[in-house]
Design a binder for this molecule. Structure first.
Ligand code: BGP
Length: 480
Protein backbone atom coordinates (compact mmCIF):
# COMPACT_ATOMS: atom_id res chain seq x y z
CA UNK A 1 0.00 0.00 0.00
CA UNK A 2 2.67 2.53 1.02
CA UNK A 3 2.41 6.11 2.21
CA UNK A 4 -0.43 8.40 1.10
CA UNK A 5 0.18 10.21 -2.20
CA UNK A 6 -0.07 13.53 -0.36
CA UNK A 7 2.11 12.36 2.55
CA UNK A 8 3.65 15.37 4.27
CA UNK A 9 7.38 14.71 4.59
CA UNK A 10 9.43 17.39 6.28
CA UNK A 11 11.07 18.60 9.47
CA UNK A 12 10.21 20.31 12.75
CA UNK A 13 11.86 23.18 14.60
CA UNK A 14 10.88 25.58 17.38
CA UNK A 15 11.45 29.33 17.54
CA UNK A 16 13.25 29.27 20.88
CA UNK A 17 15.79 26.66 19.76
CA UNK A 18 16.54 28.21 16.38
CA UNK A 19 15.84 31.90 16.00
CA UNK A 20 18.14 33.58 18.49
CA UNK A 21 17.62 37.37 18.16
CA UNK A 22 16.10 37.19 21.63
CA UNK A 23 15.91 40.97 22.09
CA UNK A 24 15.48 42.13 18.49
CA UNK A 25 12.50 43.89 16.90
CA UNK A 26 10.54 44.22 20.12
CA UNK A 27 10.70 40.60 21.29
CA UNK A 28 10.14 40.05 25.03
CA UNK A 29 11.85 37.48 27.25
CA UNK A 30 10.32 34.01 27.22
CA UNK A 31 10.78 31.15 29.67
CA UNK A 32 13.26 29.62 27.19
CA UNK A 33 15.44 32.73 27.32
CA UNK A 34 16.34 32.10 30.95
CA UNK A 35 17.31 28.43 30.50
CA UNK A 36 21.03 28.17 31.18
CA UNK A 37 23.59 25.80 29.76
CA UNK A 38 25.13 23.90 32.69
CA UNK A 39 28.45 22.40 31.57
CA UNK A 40 29.07 20.76 34.95
CA UNK A 41 25.82 18.81 35.05
CA UNK A 42 25.73 15.26 33.64
CA UNK A 43 23.77 15.41 30.37
CA UNK A 44 21.67 12.48 31.57
CA UNK A 45 20.68 14.25 34.79
CA UNK A 46 17.48 15.66 33.41
CA UNK A 47 16.15 17.11 36.67
CA UNK A 48 19.27 19.20 37.30
CA UNK A 49 19.43 20.36 33.69
CA UNK A 50 15.96 21.83 33.66
CA UNK A 51 15.82 23.08 37.27
CA UNK A 52 14.92 26.77 37.38
CA UNK A 53 14.52 28.78 40.57
CA UNK A 54 13.44 32.33 41.31
CA UNK A 55 17.11 33.22 41.84
CA UNK A 56 18.06 31.80 38.40
CA UNK A 57 15.38 33.93 36.80
CA UNK A 58 16.51 37.10 38.56
CA UNK A 59 20.09 36.46 37.44
CA UNK A 60 18.96 35.78 33.90
CA UNK A 61 16.97 39.00 33.73
CA UNK A 62 20.01 40.95 34.89
CA UNK A 63 22.41 39.12 32.57
CA UNK A 64 21.36 41.10 29.49
CA UNK A 65 23.50 38.95 27.17
CA UNK A 66 23.46 35.45 25.71
CA UNK A 67 26.66 34.11 27.25
CA UNK A 68 25.15 31.35 29.40
CA UNK A 69 21.81 31.32 27.62
CA UNK A 70 22.26 29.46 24.32
CA UNK A 71 18.58 29.57 23.44
CA UNK A 72 18.92 33.35 23.22
CA UNK A 73 21.22 32.93 20.25
CA UNK A 74 19.86 29.64 18.83
CA UNK A 75 21.43 29.12 15.40
CA UNK A 76 20.57 32.70 14.46
CA UNK A 77 17.69 31.38 12.39
CA UNK A 78 16.11 34.84 12.56
CA UNK A 79 18.72 36.03 10.09
CA UNK A 80 19.23 32.73 8.22
CA UNK A 81 15.67 31.64 7.54
CA UNK A 82 15.92 32.15 3.78
CA UNK A 83 19.07 30.05 3.51
CA UNK A 84 17.64 27.36 5.80
CA UNK A 85 14.32 27.14 3.97
CA UNK A 86 16.20 26.91 0.66
CA UNK A 87 18.05 23.87 2.03
CA UNK A 88 14.79 22.30 3.26
CA UNK A 89 13.31 22.89 -0.20
CA UNK A 90 16.34 21.23 -1.76
CA UNK A 91 15.57 18.12 0.29
CA UNK A 92 12.06 18.26 -1.15
CA UNK A 93 10.20 19.13 2.07
CA UNK A 94 6.44 19.21 1.70
CA UNK A 95 5.97 20.66 5.18
CA UNK A 96 7.90 22.60 7.80
CA UNK A 97 6.75 22.56 11.39
CA UNK A 98 7.86 25.65 13.31
CA UNK A 99 6.53 27.70 16.20
CA UNK A 100 5.53 31.31 16.41
CA UNK A 101 7.25 32.79 19.45
CA UNK A 102 4.48 34.27 21.58
CA UNK A 103 6.95 36.93 22.82
CA UNK A 104 7.54 38.28 19.31
CA UNK A 105 3.81 39.00 19.02
CA UNK A 106 3.02 39.92 22.65
CA UNK A 107 6.36 40.58 24.41
CA UNK A 108 4.90 40.27 27.93
CA UNK A 109 1.75 38.41 27.01
CA UNK A 110 -0.70 40.98 28.37
CA UNK A 111 -0.28 43.93 25.99
CA UNK A 112 -3.43 45.11 24.27
CA UNK A 113 -1.94 45.42 20.80
CA UNK A 114 0.38 42.99 19.01
CA UNK A 115 3.94 43.84 18.00
CA UNK A 116 3.77 44.43 14.25
CA UNK A 117 7.46 43.61 13.73
CA UNK A 118 6.83 40.10 15.07
CA UNK A 119 3.91 39.56 12.71
CA UNK A 120 5.99 40.87 9.80
CA UNK A 121 8.77 38.39 10.53
CA UNK A 122 6.51 35.34 10.42
CA UNK A 123 4.76 36.72 7.33
CA UNK A 124 8.14 36.65 5.57
CA UNK A 125 8.88 33.13 6.80
CA UNK A 126 5.51 31.86 5.56
CA UNK A 127 5.93 33.64 2.23
CA UNK A 128 9.32 32.03 1.84
CA UNK A 129 7.85 28.58 2.50
CA UNK A 130 5.02 29.17 0.05
CA UNK A 131 7.54 30.14 -2.59
CA UNK A 132 8.80 26.53 -2.47
CA UNK A 133 5.32 25.02 -2.00
CA UNK A 134 6.18 23.94 1.53
CA UNK A 135 3.12 23.76 3.83
CA UNK A 136 3.60 25.56 7.14
CA UNK A 137 2.59 23.54 10.21
CA UNK A 138 2.55 26.07 13.02
CA UNK A 139 2.89 25.29 16.73
CA UNK A 140 1.33 28.04 18.79
CA UNK A 141 3.04 27.14 22.04
CA UNK A 142 6.40 25.39 22.12
CA UNK A 143 7.96 26.06 25.55
CA UNK A 144 7.87 29.81 24.85
CA UNK A 145 5.52 31.44 27.32
CA UNK A 146 6.31 35.11 28.00
CA UNK A 147 8.51 35.18 31.12
CA UNK A 148 6.42 38.04 32.52
CA UNK A 149 3.41 35.72 32.70
CA UNK A 150 5.43 33.19 34.68
CA UNK A 151 6.70 35.74 37.18
CA UNK A 152 3.44 37.69 37.44
CA UNK A 153 0.89 34.91 37.80
CA UNK A 154 2.50 31.50 37.76
CA UNK A 155 1.95 30.98 34.07
CA UNK A 156 -0.58 28.37 33.08
CA UNK A 157 -1.49 27.64 36.70
CA UNK A 158 -3.61 30.79 36.41
CA UNK A 159 -6.75 31.04 34.28
CA UNK A 160 -5.64 34.45 33.07
CA UNK A 161 -3.23 32.62 30.77
CA UNK A 162 -6.23 31.27 28.85
CA UNK A 163 -7.42 34.76 27.84
CA UNK A 164 -3.95 35.96 26.87
CA UNK A 165 -3.28 32.84 24.82
CA UNK A 166 -6.62 33.06 23.02
CA UNK A 167 -5.82 36.68 22.16
CA UNK A 168 -2.41 35.65 20.79
CA UNK A 169 -3.80 32.72 18.79
CA UNK A 170 -6.50 34.93 17.28
CA UNK A 171 -3.89 37.40 16.05
CA UNK A 172 -2.00 34.47 14.47
CA UNK A 173 -5.10 33.13 12.70
CA UNK A 174 -6.05 36.60 11.47
CA UNK A 175 -2.53 37.39 10.29
CA UNK A 176 -1.84 34.03 8.64
CA UNK A 177 -5.10 32.75 7.16
CA UNK A 178 -3.09 30.94 4.50
CA UNK A 179 -1.81 28.45 7.10
CA UNK A 180 -3.94 25.31 7.07
CA UNK A 181 -2.24 23.12 9.72
CA UNK A 182 -1.89 24.24 13.35
CA UNK A 183 -0.83 22.58 16.61
CA UNK A 184 -1.87 24.13 19.91
CA UNK A 185 0.55 22.97 22.64
CA UNK A 186 3.80 21.12 22.07
CA UNK A 187 3.95 17.97 24.23
CA UNK A 188 1.06 19.18 26.35
CA UNK A 189 1.66 16.37 28.86
CA UNK A 190 5.15 17.72 29.65
CA UNK A 191 3.75 20.12 32.27
CA UNK A 192 4.35 17.51 34.96
CA UNK A 193 7.90 16.77 33.76
CA UNK A 194 9.23 20.30 33.38
CA UNK A 195 6.65 22.72 34.78
CA UNK A 196 8.68 25.87 34.19
CA UNK A 197 9.56 25.58 30.50
CA UNK A 198 6.30 23.88 29.65
CA UNK A 199 3.88 26.00 31.67
CA UNK A 200 5.68 28.89 33.33
CA UNK A 201 5.29 27.45 36.84
CA UNK A 202 8.28 28.36 39.03
CA UNK A 203 8.57 25.32 41.33
CA UNK A 204 9.98 27.15 44.38
CA UNK A 205 7.03 29.55 44.27
CA UNK A 206 4.40 26.85 44.25
CA UNK A 207 2.74 25.75 47.48
CA UNK A 208 1.34 22.60 45.90
CA UNK A 209 3.26 21.73 42.76
CA UNK A 210 1.29 18.68 41.67
CA UNK A 211 -1.97 20.57 42.02
CA UNK A 212 -0.59 23.56 40.07
CA UNK A 213 0.74 21.30 37.32
CA UNK A 214 -2.58 19.58 36.70
CA UNK A 215 -4.48 22.86 36.91
CA UNK A 216 -2.06 24.28 34.33
CA UNK A 217 -2.65 21.26 32.14
CA UNK A 218 -6.39 21.72 32.45
CA UNK A 219 -6.11 25.41 31.58
CA UNK A 220 -4.12 24.45 28.50
CA UNK A 221 -6.80 21.93 27.48
CA UNK A 222 -9.43 24.66 27.70
CA UNK A 223 -7.28 27.17 25.80
CA UNK A 224 -6.55 24.55 23.17
CA UNK A 225 -10.26 23.79 22.67
CA UNK A 226 -11.13 27.49 22.51
CA UNK A 227 -8.55 28.26 19.85
CA UNK A 228 -9.54 25.15 17.90
CA UNK A 229 -13.02 26.65 17.66
CA UNK A 230 -11.70 30.06 16.63
CA UNK A 231 -9.38 28.57 13.99
CA UNK A 232 -12.26 26.64 12.45
CA UNK A 233 -14.31 29.85 12.31
CA UNK A 234 -11.58 32.13 10.99
CA UNK A 235 -9.85 29.73 8.60
CA UNK A 236 -12.35 27.46 6.87
CA UNK A 237 -10.77 24.10 6.10
CA UNK A 238 -8.04 24.53 8.70
CA UNK A 239 -6.91 21.44 10.60
CA UNK A 240 -5.96 21.66 14.23
CA UNK A 241 -4.05 18.97 16.07
CA UNK A 242 -3.08 18.17 19.61
CA UNK A 243 0.56 17.24 20.27
CA UNK A 244 1.64 14.58 22.73
CA UNK A 245 4.83 12.96 23.91
CA UNK A 246 4.32 9.31 23.04
CA UNK A 247 5.97 7.37 25.83
CA UNK A 248 5.18 3.74 25.12
CA UNK A 249 5.91 1.71 28.22
CA UNK A 250 6.52 -2.05 28.23
CA UNK A 251 6.27 -4.25 31.31
CA UNK A 252 9.79 -5.28 32.39
CA UNK A 253 8.64 -8.91 32.63
CA UNK A 254 5.45 -10.92 32.14
CA UNK A 255 4.81 -10.74 35.90
CA UNK A 256 1.25 -9.38 36.24
CA UNK A 257 2.48 -6.71 38.72
CA UNK A 258 4.79 -5.35 36.06
CA UNK A 259 2.09 -5.48 33.41
CA UNK A 260 -0.27 -3.53 35.65
CA UNK A 261 2.28 -0.81 36.40
CA UNK A 262 3.13 -0.45 32.71
CA UNK A 263 -0.55 -0.30 31.81
CA UNK A 264 -1.17 2.48 34.32
CA UNK A 265 1.76 4.46 32.93
CA UNK A 266 0.38 4.11 29.43
CA UNK A 267 -3.10 5.16 30.52
CA UNK A 268 -1.71 8.27 32.19
CA UNK A 269 0.25 9.01 29.03
CA UNK A 270 -2.95 8.73 26.95
CA UNK A 271 -5.07 10.95 29.11
CA UNK A 272 -4.23 14.31 27.46
CA UNK A 273 -5.21 12.77 24.13
CA UNK A 274 -8.42 11.44 25.64
CA UNK A 275 -9.38 14.96 26.73
CA UNK A 276 -8.47 16.59 23.42
CA UNK A 277 -9.76 13.88 21.10
CA UNK A 278 -12.77 12.54 22.99
CA UNK A 279 -13.60 15.81 24.76
CA UNK A 280 -13.76 14.57 28.36
CA UNK A 281 -11.58 13.43 31.26
CA UNK A 282 -11.38 9.63 31.52
CA UNK A 283 -12.73 8.25 34.80
CA UNK A 284 -9.43 6.51 35.59
CA UNK A 285 -7.66 9.86 35.70
CA UNK A 286 -10.31 11.37 37.94
CA UNK A 287 -9.58 8.48 40.31
CA UNK A 288 -5.84 9.26 40.12
CA UNK A 289 -6.59 12.89 41.01
CA UNK A 290 -8.70 11.85 43.99
CA UNK A 291 -6.00 9.50 45.30
CA UNK A 292 -3.37 12.23 45.00
CA UNK A 293 -5.55 14.95 46.58
CA UNK A 294 -5.62 16.95 43.37
CA UNK A 295 -8.71 19.17 43.25
CA UNK A 296 -9.07 20.98 39.96
CA UNK A 297 -11.10 24.07 39.21
CA UNK A 298 -13.14 22.82 36.25
CA UNK A 299 -16.35 24.66 35.38
CA UNK A 300 -19.38 23.26 33.53
CA UNK A 301 -18.80 25.82 30.83
CA UNK A 302 -15.25 24.52 30.37
CA UNK A 303 -16.50 20.95 30.19
CA UNK A 304 -18.80 22.00 27.36
CA UNK A 305 -15.95 23.76 25.56
CA UNK A 306 -13.83 20.61 25.77
CA UNK A 307 -16.69 18.42 24.59
CA UNK A 308 -17.60 20.59 21.62
CA UNK A 309 -14.16 21.41 20.25
CA UNK A 310 -12.09 18.31 19.76
CA UNK A 311 -9.07 18.17 17.47
CA UNK A 312 -8.94 17.15 13.80
CA UNK A 313 -5.84 15.02 14.06
CA UNK A 314 -3.38 13.68 16.62
CA UNK A 315 0.27 14.59 16.41
CA UNK A 316 3.02 13.30 18.61
CA UNK A 317 6.73 13.09 19.26
CA UNK A 318 8.36 9.70 19.46
CA UNK A 319 11.95 9.24 20.57
CA UNK A 320 12.07 6.17 22.80
CA UNK A 321 10.16 3.51 24.66
CA UNK A 322 10.22 2.88 28.39
CA UNK A 323 10.00 -0.11 30.69
CA UNK A 324 8.32 -0.31 34.07
CA UNK A 325 8.08 -2.86 36.85
CA UNK A 326 5.94 -3.31 39.95
CA UNK A 327 9.08 -3.16 42.05
CA UNK A 328 11.22 -0.63 40.24
CA UNK A 329 14.12 -1.28 42.62
CA UNK A 330 14.72 -4.48 40.73
CA UNK A 331 15.55 -2.51 37.57
CA UNK A 332 18.76 -1.06 36.33
CA UNK A 333 17.68 2.54 35.88
CA UNK A 334 18.54 4.75 32.97
CA UNK A 335 17.85 8.43 32.49
CA UNK A 336 16.69 9.92 29.26
CA UNK A 337 16.41 13.68 29.14
CA UNK A 338 12.68 13.67 29.41
CA UNK A 339 12.01 10.65 31.55
CA UNK A 340 13.67 8.20 33.87
CA UNK A 341 12.95 4.51 33.61
CA UNK A 342 14.29 1.01 33.65
CA UNK A 343 16.93 0.06 31.10
CA UNK A 344 15.59 -2.24 28.42
CA UNK A 345 18.26 -4.93 27.91
CA UNK A 346 17.16 -5.44 24.30
CA UNK A 347 17.74 -1.86 23.17
CA UNK A 348 20.73 0.34 22.46
CA UNK A 349 20.70 3.91 23.76
CA UNK A 350 22.08 7.21 22.45
CA UNK A 351 24.92 8.88 24.40
CA UNK A 352 22.16 10.88 26.11
CA UNK A 353 20.55 7.67 27.38
CA UNK A 354 17.52 7.59 25.06
CA UNK A 355 16.59 4.07 23.97
CA UNK A 356 16.47 3.43 20.23
CA UNK A 357 13.32 1.47 19.43
CA UNK A 358 11.85 1.62 15.90
CA UNK A 359 9.35 -1.15 16.67
CA UNK A 360 8.12 1.02 19.52
CA UNK A 361 7.06 3.55 16.88
CA UNK A 362 5.07 0.88 15.04
CA UNK A 363 3.47 -0.17 18.31
CA UNK A 364 2.65 3.46 19.13
CA UNK A 365 1.03 4.06 15.76
CA UNK A 366 -1.07 0.91 16.00
CA UNK A 367 -2.16 1.70 19.55
CA UNK A 368 -3.01 5.33 18.87
CA UNK A 369 -4.96 4.59 15.72
CA UNK A 370 -6.84 1.73 17.29
CA UNK A 371 -7.75 3.85 20.29
CA UNK A 372 -8.79 7.07 18.54
CA UNK A 373 -9.44 6.33 14.84
CA UNK A 374 -8.18 9.81 13.91
CA UNK A 375 -5.47 10.73 11.40
CA UNK A 376 -2.02 10.65 12.97
CA UNK A 377 0.97 12.91 12.31
CA UNK A 378 4.47 12.15 13.64
CA UNK A 379 5.79 15.67 14.25
CA UNK A 380 9.03 14.83 16.07
CA UNK A 381 11.41 11.91 15.83
CA UNK A 382 15.13 11.69 15.41
CA UNK A 383 18.48 10.79 16.87
CA UNK A 384 20.25 13.39 18.98
CA UNK A 385 23.94 12.58 19.01
CA UNK A 386 27.45 13.92 18.47
CA UNK A 387 28.61 14.52 14.91
CA UNK A 388 32.08 15.21 13.55
CA UNK A 389 32.66 17.78 10.83
CA UNK A 390 35.72 16.84 8.77
CA UNK A 391 36.69 18.63 5.59
CA UNK A 392 33.21 20.05 5.31
CA UNK A 393 31.58 16.59 5.56
CA UNK A 394 29.67 14.69 8.23
CA UNK A 395 29.40 10.94 7.66
CA UNK A 396 26.34 10.14 9.74
CA UNK A 397 25.57 6.58 8.70
CA UNK A 398 24.20 5.97 12.23
CA UNK A 399 21.52 8.62 11.66
CA UNK A 400 20.55 7.15 8.30
CA UNK A 401 20.23 3.71 9.92
CA UNK A 402 18.10 5.20 12.68
CA UNK A 403 15.69 6.84 10.25
CA UNK A 404 15.61 3.85 7.89
CA UNK A 405 14.45 1.54 10.67
CA UNK A 406 11.85 4.03 11.90
CA UNK A 407 10.50 4.56 8.38
CA UNK A 408 10.22 0.80 7.87
CA UNK A 409 8.20 0.63 11.08
CA UNK A 410 5.95 3.47 9.88
CA UNK A 411 5.45 1.69 6.61
CA UNK A 412 4.39 -1.50 8.42
CA UNK A 413 1.82 0.45 10.42
CA UNK A 414 0.51 2.21 7.32
CA UNK A 415 0.20 -1.10 5.50
CA UNK A 416 -1.83 -2.38 8.44
CA UNK A 417 -4.31 0.45 7.88
CA UNK A 418 -3.08 3.30 10.08
CA UNK A 419 -4.00 6.69 8.62
CA UNK A 420 -0.70 8.57 8.82
CA UNK A 421 -0.75 12.12 7.39
CA UNK A 422 2.89 12.99 7.59
CA UNK A 423 6.25 12.90 9.26
CA UNK A 424 8.48 15.76 10.37
CA UNK A 425 11.88 14.78 11.74
CA UNK A 426 12.99 16.73 14.77
CA UNK A 427 15.66 19.31 14.09
CA UNK A 428 16.30 18.84 10.34
CA UNK A 429 18.97 21.45 10.97
CA UNK A 430 21.11 21.25 14.15
CA UNK A 431 19.62 23.40 16.90
CA UNK A 432 19.92 24.04 20.64
CA UNK A 433 18.68 21.12 22.75
CA UNK A 434 15.48 21.76 24.67
CA UNK A 435 16.49 19.87 27.78
CA UNK A 436 20.23 20.44 28.09
CA UNK A 437 20.66 23.71 26.12
CA UNK A 438 23.54 22.05 24.28
CA UNK A 439 24.43 22.45 20.62
CA UNK A 440 26.41 19.21 20.60
CA UNK A 441 23.27 17.09 20.81
CA UNK A 442 22.67 17.22 17.07
CA UNK A 443 19.64 15.97 15.15
CA UNK A 444 20.06 17.60 11.76
CA UNK A 445 20.51 16.61 8.15
CA UNK A 446 22.28 19.97 8.11
CA UNK A 447 25.24 20.62 10.37
CA UNK A 448 25.61 24.05 11.97
CA UNK A 449 29.12 25.07 12.92
CA UNK A 450 28.55 26.20 16.51
CA UNK A 451 29.63 24.56 19.77
CA UNK A 452 28.06 24.46 23.22
CA UNK A 453 29.65 27.79 24.13
CA UNK A 454 28.43 29.45 20.95
CA UNK A 455 31.85 29.47 19.24
CA UNK A 456 31.95 28.80 15.52
CA UNK A 457 31.08 30.31 12.17
CA UNK A 458 27.41 29.34 12.19
CA UNK A 459 27.94 28.03 8.68
CA UNK A 460 25.61 25.30 7.40
CA UNK A 461 26.93 22.00 5.91
CA UNK A 462 24.98 19.12 4.38
CA UNK A 463 25.54 15.84 6.19
CA UNK A 464 25.43 12.50 4.33
CA UNK A 465 21.89 12.02 5.64
CA UNK A 466 20.80 15.12 3.67
CA UNK A 467 20.91 13.35 0.30
CA UNK A 468 19.53 10.17 1.78
CA UNK A 469 16.41 11.94 3.16
CA UNK A 470 16.02 13.80 -0.12
CA UNK A 471 15.82 10.46 -1.91
CA UNK A 472 13.32 9.08 0.62
CA UNK A 473 11.05 12.05 0.00
CA UNK A 474 11.47 11.85 -3.77
CA UNK A 475 10.34 8.20 -3.73
CA UNK A 476 7.60 8.85 -1.14
CA UNK A 477 9.29 6.42 1.23
CA UNK A 478 9.45 3.59 -1.32
CA UNK A 479 13.25 3.51 -1.37
CA UNK A 480 14.93 3.55 1.99
C1 BGP B 1 10.94 17.42 22.62
C2 BGP B 1 10.75 18.89 22.37
C3 BGP B 1 11.66 19.51 21.37
C4 BGP B 1 12.99 18.85 21.23
C5 BGP B 1 13.03 17.37 21.45
C6 BGP B 1 14.41 16.77 21.67
O1 BGP B 1 10.62 17.11 23.93
O2 BGP B 1 9.44 19.14 21.93
O3 BGP B 1 11.67 20.88 21.58
O4 BGP B 1 14.04 19.56 21.69
O5 BGP B 1 12.24 16.96 22.52
O6 BGP B 1 14.82 17.02 22.98
P1 BGP B 1 16.26 17.54 23.32
O7 BGP B 1 16.41 18.84 22.58
O8 BGP B 1 16.31 17.71 24.77
O9 BGP B 1 17.19 16.51 22.81
Amino acid sequence: MGFRKDFLWGGAIAANQVEGAWNIDGKGLSVADVATYKPDVDVKDYKKNVAVTTKDIEEAIQAGNDKYYPKRRGIDGYHHYQEDIRLFAEMGFKVLRFSIAWTRIFPNGDEKEPNQAGIAFYRQVINELKKYHIEPLVTLSHYEMPLAMATKYSGWASKQAIDEFVKFAKVCFESFPDVKYWLTFNEIDSVTRHPFTSAGIIPDQSKNLLQDEYQALHNQFVASAMVTKIAHELIPGSQIGCMLTKLTTYPATSKPDDVLVALNKNLLNYFPADVQVKGAYPSLVLDYFAKNHIKLDITDEEKAILRENTVDFISFSYYMSMIAAGDENGLEMTAGNTVVGGKNPYLETTPWGWSIDPLGLQISLLELYDRYQKPLFIVENGMGTNDKLENGKVHDEYRINYFREHFKAMRQAVDAGVDLMGYTSWGPIDLVSASTSQMSKRYGFIYVDLDDEGNGTGKRYKKDSFDWYKHVIATNGEEL
